[in-house]
Write a protein of this length. Structure first.
Ligand code: FES
Length: 107
């Protein structure tokens, strides 16, 4: 891992399979990274707001991930849990530079 300004390099883009989440640890935070079917790369907290389910292991459909524990549906764009459930997860900025994924907004 290396940094440029406030962004942190976390993974090679080619190591992210489409619609398969990957967990990375950044500054002691567990972050789930996803490459969506439209090519977008999204990064969110790897803890489901329900009971800490590991979202990187969830099933991805479109812009949503389904928590592997109890199937809550969470937007990877806004971080919002979809009805009928409630909650929100932290989302992080992502940027692709020279074939690597960088995450920003970690504070
Ligand atoms: S822990 Fe994610 S839905 Fe229960």
């Amino acid at each position: 891992m290396s940094t440029t300004t406030d962004k942190i390099k976390v993974i090679k883009l080619e190591d992210l399979a489409v619609q398969i989440g990957k967990e990375v640890l950044v500054k002691d935070q567990s972050i789930a990274i996803f490459r969506l079917s439209n090519g977008d790369v999204r990064a969110v907290s790897n803890r489901c707001p329900h009971k800490d389910g590991p979202l990187a292991e969830g099933i991805v459909s479109g812009e949503y991930v389904f928590c592997p524990l109890h199937d809550w549906k969470i937007s990877l764009v806004t971080g919002e849990v979809q009805k009928p459930d409630d909650g929100c997860i932290q989302t992080y900025e992502t940027e692709i530079i020279d074939g690597y994924v960088y995450i920003g907004g970690l504070g």
